[in-house]
Design a protein around this ligand. Structure first.
Ligand code: SAM
Length: 277
């Protein structure tokens, strides 16, 4: 497989930099250039856009993003990948800034200029934690105009689930509160090296400019209690909040016999507001 730029094929990059995938770092690399180009296209156009890429690894997606006009800030924890990425930065001066470090501890605002966007094939072990960080960003509207992220399909289904469905839960409420989330397409395990056990999905999240007012921490406490016992009626599951659940549900205008999976985002926001001190 040859690259669409004049950089060496990714397999050579991996061999030269001894980038054998490590499970502990959630490494499943995309080497199919048609696929990396398709992901980049789904996230574009990039005129004037700064892209944050988490976990560029050997740089397949990074190269596709640059080829389609993005300026990329890439945060990578694996020291072995840093040298490989330096070669891309050298080939495209001013287009790629590589930051060695932990994406969970990274403050993007110091490195990105608006408009900014996140595009990533996320390490699965920290994918949800990163998404929650981005969805609870303050101030709101956030520093990014879109998130284009790859998750395990099961997580993608939870992010985009509607009330009443089996996958609807805490993550769906948080994502639905602050964004419009939708599935873009699935990616088979065979597209990755090494292949993961499950199918992956690309998800797009577009921030809502004016989400219903409430504190994200309170919303998360309420959904944690409600979905902690998702089969139970809310008058039972909300007891763990330490206040009278009937009173709380009354203030929020929700029937005490309702169950968490049937409550839309607006209902949880009303509960969070009623619970706020
Ligand atoms: N973007 C590459 C691709 O599509 O081929 C690699 C994706 S791989 C699923 C996840 C990448 O995230 C790996 O390169 C891994 O080293 C990196 N990573 C894992 N934990 C990280 C962390 N806490 N901060 C930044 N990068 C991390």
């Amino acid at each position: 497989m040859s690259a669409s730029d004049d950089l060496p094929p990714l397999r050579d990059v991996i061999r030269r930099h001894e980038l054998r995938a490590r499970k502990s770092l959630g490494q499943n690399f995309l080497l199919d250039l048609n696929l990396t180009a398709r992901i980049a296209r789904s996230a574009g156009p990039f005129a004037g856009v700064s892209v944050l890429e988490v976990g560029p690894g050997p740089g397949g997606l990074t190269r596709a993003l640059i080829a389609q006009g993005a300026r990329v800030v890439a945060v990578e924890r694996d020291e072995r990948a840093i040298a490989a990425l330096a070669e891309i930065a050298e080939r495209y001066p001013g287009r790629l800034e590589v930051i060695a470090g932990d994406a969970l501890a990274f403050d993007p605002r110091q490195h990105l200029t608006a408009p900014a966007r996140v595009v990533a094939n996320l390490p699965y072990n920290i994918a949800t934690a990163l998404l929650v960080q981005w969805l609870t960003a303050e101030p709101w509207p956030p520093w990014y105009d879109r998130l284009i992220l790859m998750f395990q399909r099961e997580v993608a289904l939870r992010i985009t689930a509607a009330p009443g469905s089996k996958a609807y839960g805490r993550l769906s409420v948080l994502a639905g509160w602050r964004s419009k989330a939708r599935m873009l397409f699935d990616i088979a395990p065979s597209a990755f090296v090494p292949p993961p056990k499950v199918t992956s999905s690309l998800v797009e999240l577009v921030p809502r400019p004016e989400p219903l007012a409430c504190a994200s921490r309170t919303l998360q406490r309420v959904t944690e209690a409600a979905f902690g016992q998702r089969r139970k009626m809310l008058r039972q599951s909300l007891k763990s909040l330490g206040v009278d659940p009937i009173d709380l549900l009354g203030k929020a205008g929700i029937a005490p016999t309702a169950r968490a999976e049937d409550i839309p985002v607006e209902g949880f926001v009303a509960l969070a507001r009623a619970f706020e001190p």
